[in-house]
Design a protein around this ligand. Sequence first.
Ligand code: ADP
Ligand code: MG
Ligand code: ZN
Length: 608
Amino acid sequence: MKNLVKNFLIFFLVFLIIASLFSILSNGSKIETVGLETLISQINAEQVSQVEVRGAEMKITLIDGGQETVKKETGESFSELLKNFNVEAGKIAKIKIEVKENEGLDFWLSAILPFLIPFLLIGVFIYFMMKSVAGANSKAMMFGQSQAREFGQDQKNKITFADVAGAKEAKEELKEVVEFLKHPKKFYELGARIPRGVLLLGSPGTGKTLMARAVAGEAGVPFFHISGSEFVEMFVGVGASRVRDLFKRAKKNAPCILFIDEIDAVGRRRGSGLGGSHDEREQTLNQILVEMDGFEVHTNVIVIAATNRPDVLDPALLRPGRFDRRVVIDEPDMKDREEILKVHARQKPLAKEVSLRRIAERTPGFSGADLANLLNEAAILAARRNKKMIEMDELFESIEKVMMGPERRSRVITEKEKKITAYHEAGHAIVAHFLPHTDPIQKISIIARGQAGGYTLKLPTEDKHMHTKSEFVEELAVLLAGHAAEKEIFGEVTTGATSDLRRATALARQLITDYGMSENLGPRTYGEKEEMIFLGREIHEQRDYSEKIAEQIDKEISHFIEQAVKEAKRIIVSEKENLEKVVLALLEKETLEKEEFEKIVGEKERKE
Ligand code: ADP
Ligand code: MG
Ligand code: ZN
């Protein structure tokens, strides 16, 4: 539509130009036109010195220097005309008469243009119409081509291993790939087969995409980036044709890296779904496999794919000769987190007292993307406070913001609600504090943040990869402590504990069905977590146990929860004095930091 308007404007402009040109050519001179009688009377009065005849037009020059034009009939000659008017021969002799052929550009233009212009305009119009139709056509032809973005290796936005902090083992493994790309001959000569596919595994935000670009940057080769979901279109066959096109482009540019992000979008186990869209996905996946098998020995294209769901990938993808190298990118530990922070702090002015190490300590479970986001939030906060540097305050605040969403101070709560929230959060904190295996309290707040009415932050003192049953059982008690405190103090509970209860129930179920931590049900898992997608929704879990076991699981969940509530209640009753003190402090200050909290309840005693 926009195109049509544009074409029309151009068309109109051309028209205007031609029209104005025409008008300039036709009346270039501003000479007066007079009638024949005037001319005859002027001749009779001997005022005319020269007559120039050009077709039907006569240019008259008068003796006093004046000029005029006179029209006559085309067929009639000037001398005949004079004769018809009975002009005396003597008077005619005094006039200089010149007869000119009708010729020159002027004449031809004026003769032809009136016929030509319509044709010209129609031609121009048709030309533009054709052009826009052809544009639409070629767009339709592009549909089956891959939309991979190519990143050349210009110096400006080149990414190298130096931009990827931490992940030492992954880098070590990928250095091999860089070697293959840089010096393939070395390997051929020893008869080694160059790996074709590398699969990067890691949770979202751990830097898989970044790492793949860094490999290309280190090797100095082009990088083709496409996301698995881009293969999947409404139309059948598009995915496969895009794969073909993509591999063709890559082979033309070898050596290079072809990066398929989020490959699980097409690489899910085949035949595990319901509904028709899977045929299309299977075709796409098959085409990827075919292309990878079809690489000639010396084709120096390395396919890197990334996923955070290796469990759902089709086994055929993982076969030797395909994605046989797997590189795991772990969640960053404390040291890695500090380094990632350092990488992202490079272009941000930090105040002198800022210790990125302390931020790293406080952010277990943060991914690289979270950390990048944290620093960005801190910079925004500092700017809003008109600071020239980012200080520790902003960084700490951003941790909470990234974790739970922004503070909502504006939410109006009544005194009563505030009091209930204070008891609820103090309940969590006290129970966590007096249980031996839980993490120390970092912060308690009764300011709403994100979805939560208030929050209690516990932070581990170190990164942990394994958890014991006692830790989980205590965690359950902490989760239920808010609920227990409300019940103990006010005699009834509010809706504020809803999400706590949901999380507690899910955790109890996990203890039994995934971790085998229930004495009664024994060390086995219950339920097959198979993924299927039906109408866009994931249906989890296939039951691999009987109805009777299901009943037992339900009972066991209730049992775990009952025990946890009992434990929480016990602590709340026995530490009621401390609870009241914490509530008072919370009502006064709204947030308590670790130090303030420990001033009230004493330092945490911890058992390992
Ligand atoms: P993924 O692909 O694993 O989901 P990305 O590679 O897209 O994650 O990472 C998102 C962002 O997080 C990156 O652009 C980068 O800013 C940051 N990031 C993640 N991991 C690291 C890291 N190890 N070092 C530096 N920055 C990182
Ligand atoms: Mg990614
Ligand atoms: Zn709670």
